[in-house]
Design a protein around this ligand. Structure first.
Ligand code: AHM
Ligand code: MG
Length: 344
C-alpha cells in the first residue's frame, strides 16, 4: 500500500510504485499509461484554448500564425496515436475517429504487446459551449503473437481489459484509471504540469439520488426505462425520491459526477438508435471496468457490459451504469416491462 503523508504523489510515481502489483509486469503497461497521461496534457492545453478559436481561426482555416487549425477531436486523436507510437508499447489503436484499426506495430521498434481502444475526445458537441468533455481509453493485451495489430486483437470481452480510464477536461482536469485493483483519480496541477493523486481508492455510494438520461427521447424509450424514470420521479421519502435529474450530455462528465456522488446514468436503446448510441469498446467497457472496481454496476439492461462479446470495433450497446442498487432496480424494470428487448 502506498502511504505518503502530506506528500504529493504524481501519476508517474504512483504508476511505478504500483507496477509490482502486476504478475507479468516488465514496465510496459506503466509506460503505456504514462504515454496516455502525456498526450492528455497536450490535449488539455488545446481544450483550454478552445474559446479562443474565434480569434485564432476556425477549424479548417489558416489561423493568424499561418497554421492550419484542426478540429479538436481530430487533434486529440493524432496526439494519442502519436504518443502511443513513440512510447512503443502499443501495436494498434482502435479509435472512434478512425473507421478501421490503426496498426502502429510497424512504427514501433519492438513487438509491442498491447492494443488501445480510445475515444480521444468524447462529448465534442460540448466544446463550443465551454462544457466538460473527456477522453476514454481501454487497454488489452494483444491476442495475436506478432506482426501487425489487427481487429481480432480488439475482439475481447471487457473482462479482459488490463487497464482503463478517462480524462475529464472540466473545472479542473482529472485522470481516473484502474488496473483492476481499485480506482484512483489524479488532478492536474497546472502550475507543475503533473497529475497528482487527489482521489485515492474511489468508491461509488451503493445508492444515490441522481438519475442521468436524455429525457427528450422519452417517447422512444423501452417501457422498462419509461417506468423506471417514473419511479425515479415518485414522491417516496424513505427511499429519497424523487431523485434529482442531471444530464450534461458528455458521458465522462455525467459518469464522473455520479461516481463521486452516487447515481445512475442511462443511455437506452431508442427508436432512433435501436442498439443504443454509445460504443462498447471505447465508451462503455472502460467505464464499466471502473464502476465495478468502484463497487458499482454496468449493464445493458439484462447482461453485464463486460461480458458482451464484441463483433465490431464501433459496436453500440444500451448502457445502464452507476450505483449498484440503482442499476439493479432499473434492471428489474427492464425484465418486468421490456423482456422482449433482450439483446446480445
Ligand atoms: P460523441 O462520441 O459523438 O461525442 O457522442 C457521445 C456522447 C456522450 O458523451 C454522451 O453521453 C452522449 O453522446 C449524449 O448523447 P445525446 O445528445 O443523444 O443525449
Ligand atoms: Mg464518443
Amino acid at each position: 500500500m502506498i502511504v505518503h503523508k502530506n506528500q504529493v504523489v504524481t501519476l508517474g510515481q504512483f504508476i511505478i510504485e504500483r507496477q509490482a502489483d502486476f504478475p507479468y509486469a516488465k514496465g510496459e503497461l506503466s509506460r503505456l499509461l504514462r504515454d496516455i497521461g502525456i498526450a492528455s496534457k497536450i490535449v488539455n492545453r488545446e481544450v483550454n484554448k478552445a474559446g479562443l478559436v474565434d480569434i485564432l481561426g476556425e477549424a479548417g482555416e489558416i489561423n493568424i500564425q499561418g497554421e492550419n487549425v484542426k478540429k479538436l477531436d481530430v487533434f486529440a486523436n493524432e496526439q494519442f496515436i502519436s504518443a502511443l507510437t513513440s512510447g512503443g508499447e502499443c501495436c494498434a489503436v482502435g479509435s472512434e475517429e478512425n473507421e478501421h484499426v490503426v496498426d502502429i506495430n510497424s512504427l514501433v521498434s519492438k513487438n509491442a504487446k498491447y492494443v488501445v481502444a480510445i475515444d480521444p475526445l468524447d462529448g465534442s458537441s460540448n466544446i463550443d459551449v465551454n462544457v466538460s468533455i473527456g477522453t476514454i481509453f481501454s487497454i488489452y493485451r494483444r491476442t495475436s503473437l506478432s506482426g501487425p495489430g489487427t481487429l481480432q486483437d480488439f475482439m475481447q470481452r471487457g473482462t479482459e481489459q488490463v487497464a482503463a480510464g478517462y480524462v475529464i477536461y472540466g473545472s479542473s482536469t482529472m485522470l481516473v484509471y484502474t488496473t483492476g485493483r481499485g480506482v484512483n483519480g489524479f488532478t492536474l496541477d497546472p502550475s507543475i504540469g503533473e497529475f497528482c493523486l487527489s482521489h485515492p481508492n474511489m468508491k461509488i455510494p451503493k445508492e444515490g439520488n441522481i438519475y442521468s438520461i436524455n429525457e427528450g427521447n422519452y417517447v422512444h424509450f423501452p417501457d422498462g426505462i419509461k417506468k423506471y424514470i417514473k419511479y425515479c420521479q415518485e414522491d417516496h421519502k424513505p427511499s429519497n425520491r424523487p431523485y434529482s435529474s442531471r444530464y450534461i450530455g458528455s458521458l465522462v462528465a455525467d459518469f464522473h459526477r455520479n461516481l463521486i456522488k452516487g447515481g445512475i446514468f442511462i443511455y437506452p436503446a431508442t427508436a432512433k438508435s435501436p442498439k443504443g448510441k454509445l460504443r462498447l469498446l471505447y465508451e462503455c467497457n472502460p467505464i464499466a471496468f471502473i464502476i465495478e472496481q468502484a463497487g458499482g454496476k454496468a449493464s445493458n439492461g439484462f447482461k453485464r457490459i463486460l461480458e458482451i462479446e464484441p463483433k465490431d470495433l464501433h459496436q453500440r450497446t444500451p448502457l445502464i451504469i452507476g450505483s449498484l442498487q440503482m442499476v439493479e432496480k432499473a434492471e428489474d424494470f427492464m425484465l418486468k416491462f421490456s423482456p422482449a428487448e433482450v439483446q446480445v
